[in-house]
Design a protein around this ligand. Structure first.
Ligand code: SF4
Length: 258
């Protein structure tokens, strides 16, 4: 589960009962004022309490940090050093120029890694598996957790991108850089119109008299499978975040669920 962590402590017992075993929490700062500036809420201590309880409950905990120049950049080391005392992964995510991110300049991870290596010349590459995401991990010697870099801009890991995002409106998004979407809601909740369209294409008729519930479900499943394949086939070879005029995604991240 990925969360802003504000209600994590409150819902943790129920989440654990229902089998939650890992959680990603956004933690861009350890400064309450900057937290308020970024999120609009004075909830840092609530989030930290949620993280502490999640760790104590034995969950795998990843903390996501998006560094922004002139906002939270100065805390780049402080957040990473949480790994010295907590068995968590602190993951730096290069801020993408989508929605809110358009207003801020991201911190280049190539430079950030250089800074870490200066402070910790014995920084070790951590090759262990931390999930199936694109982060590249390192470890401060003797630390309990690792530091990950998700270099969305300068890393260009699109060739191995295994993500499709399903929005709350039931649209499947092949890529964060582009506005293209494939509608699944129509298939899942659409009226008979969807089936009629399919019947017309497949059988040349919209006759539905003998269509049982099982048959209708089977048709919807097949259409769903086709749309998912369609979304996968629309994944781009690579993004062009460096050429702002080519970014066609106009939504905020919160609308995408990314
Ligand atoms: S294909 Fe799109 S979503 Fe995947 S890594 Fe590239 S930019 Fe990100």
């Amino acid at each position: 589960m990925t969360t802003n962590g504000v209600e994590l402590e409150r819902y943790l017992p129920r989440l654990l009962e229902n089998g939650l075993d890992a959680v990603n929490v956004s933690l861009d700062t350890l400064d309450p004022q900057i937290f308020q500036q970024i999120t609009g809420k004075d909830k840092l201590y609530q989030v930290l309490a949620g993280i502490r309880h999640a760790v104590e409950a034995g969950l795998f905990v990843k903390l996501n940090v998006a560094l922004q120049k002139n906002v939270n950049e100065k805390e780049w080391l402080e957040v990473a050093e949480l790994t010295k005392i907590l068995p968590v992964d602190v993951r730096y995510i290069e801020m993408m120029p989508i929605g809110y991110g358009k207003k801020y300049e991201p911190v280049d991870h190539r430079e950030l890694l250089g800074r870490f290596k200066k402070i910790y010349p014995d920084l070790q590459r951590d090759e262990s598996i931390h999930g199936n995401g694109p982060a590249v991990y390192y470890r401060i010697p003797k630390a309990k957790g690792s530091i990950g870099f998700i270099s969305a801009i300068h890393g260009k890991f699109c060739q191995s991108c295994n993500r499709l995002r399903l929005t709350s409106q039931g649209k499947l998004k092949p890529c964060l850089c582009y506005g293209e979407e494939v509608d699944l809601m129509e298939i899942l909740r659409g009226s008979e119109g969807v089936i009629r369209k399919w019947r017309l294409q497949e059988c040349g008729t919209v006759e539905l008299k003998n269509l049982s519930w099982e048959n209708e479900t089977a048709i919807r499943k097949e259409l769903l499978r086709q749309r998912i394949f369609q979304a996968v086939s629309k994944k781009p070879q690579e993004h062009h975040f460096e050429r702002v005029e080519e970014i066609t995604e106009a939504k905020q991240m919160v609308q995408i669920g990314g």
